[in-house]
Ligand binder design. Structure first.
Ligand code: PLP
Length: 383
């Protein structure tokens, strides 16, 4: 008789199942809800990208690839990022690229390469759900940088949290769950702080393309990569091209670090799906600006409906808004979530992304008619 319970590690005890799952399970029981809980675009993968994957399968590109990814995709990513950031990227260069199984895998590989048990990793609060849990896998401790009420993770908020155990800071702009986009001045200050304290910066830029006009500066996406090549940039294909189930992302940063992350990848994920990597080359050439413009209009609908009723940090990117539950209602995020549920609208309570429970996350990646209907319900509840 094997006693599984006795064999399970303390790590498993410390790791919490994703609260988003609980909301998904509730959604499955509801009849045609307005679903503002989903963290993925509502559009399908564009046809040329699908065709590229089909062609790759038919051409027999079904085996393993080298761990760091097929040369064509790595070259396409290197060209894109060196044009954008001016970095020297490629084998034998200062920085290198590796293809990952989604941004999630990039996060895990980076945490394992950079954090020892007992080390500290500073993450924003509110945060993307993986940031504290992956720290558990690495045996490290997540230190929360409170960013309420404006959700701006600034150098001034970070500085007092840095100790001699701090290994890296996770930055996420545009942010999940807030949609807030940091500006160049703020990013430059964070880069300076990291350099002066010898702390690595990990920039999760999965929503880079979903940065609207008011989050851009002269049309350009603000990233710490403009001020240093000594940070790790993680991006992915899940959101921009609607490829969440295809598991494709990339990491670009100092070659020494990419080499170690590749080593961990050899013994874990092995490689991103071969045919998907070929489709990724086509994705990088596929213009999504019309889709992004449609999401910018949805964002405007959210701000217009709720901005006057409660505190709402301006969401200049991603496809989320994180309004406060108006304090005069005397409800927690979870209590408001239940009230919305009774009206057939599904949001996510703020405590799933935070140590606090005062807000709700709305994903507005839904069609305009449903968005309008759901916003009407939320606005009525907030009045
Ligand atoms: C901020 C952030 N980072 C990473 C991910 C993971 O994305 P991927 O599908 O590339 O693993 C998500 C997905 O919701 C996210 O919101």
């Amino acid at each position: 008789m094997i006693d599984i319970e006795a064999l399970l590690t303390d790590r498993m005890e410390a790791m919490e199942p994703s609260g988003i799952r609980r909301v998904f399970e509730l959604a499955a029981k509801m009849k045609d809800p307005v679903n503002f809980s989903i963290g993925q675009p509502d559009f399908d993968v564009p046809e040329p990208i699908k065709q590229a994957a089909i062609d790759a399968i038919r051409a027999g590109r079904n085996g393993y690839t080298i761990t760091q990814g097929i040369p064509e995709l790595r070259a396409a990513v290197a060209d894109k990022l060196s044009a954008e950031l001016g970095w020297e990227i490629g084998p034998e260069r200062e920085c290198d690229v590796m293809i990952t199984n989604g941004t999630s895998a990039g996060l895990l590989l980076a945490y394992l390469a950079l954090a020892e048990p007992g080390d500290e990793i500073i993450i924003p609060d509110p945060y993307f759900v993986s940031y504290p849990q992956v720290a558990v896998v690495a045996g490290a401790r997540a230190v929360f940088c409170g960013t309420y009420p404006d959700f701006r993770m600034t150098a001034a908020r970070l500085e007092p949290l840095i100790t001699d155990r701090t290994r890296f800071i996770v930055l996420n702009s545009p942010g999940n769950p807030s949609g807030v986009v940091l500006g160049s001045d703020e990013l430059r200050d964070i880069v300076d702080l990291c350099e002066s304290r010898g702390v690595m910066l990990l920039s999760d830029e999965i929503y880079d393309e979903f940065t609207y006009a008011d989050g851009r500066e002269d049309g350009v996406f603000p990233t710490p990569g403009r001020f240093t090549s000594q940070c790790l940039i993680l991006r992915g294909f899940s959101k921009t091209w609607g490829m969440t189930g295809w598991r494709l992302g990339y990491a670009v940063g100092p070659s020494r670090l990419i080499r170690e992350m590749t080593k961990v990848n050899q013994y874990s994920f092995v490689c991103a799906p071969h045919m998907v990597q070929h489709a990724g080359v086509v994705a990088l050439r596929t213009d999504m600006s019309a889709y992004v413009a449609a999401y910018e209009r949805k964002r405007d609908m959210v701000v217009e409906a709720l901005g006057g009723l409660t505190e709402l940090a301006h969401p200049a990117g991603a496809f989320y808004a994180f309004p406060q539950v108006p304090p005069r209602l005397g409800l927690s995020g979870d209590a408001f979530f239940r009230k919305a549920l009774e009206r057939n609208v599904l949001v996510i309570p703020g405590n799933i992304f935070s140590q606090r429970d005062t807000h709700i996350r709305i994903s507005y990646a839904v069609d305009d008619a449903r968005l309008a209907k759901g916003l009407e319900v939320l606005a009525a509840l907030m009045k």
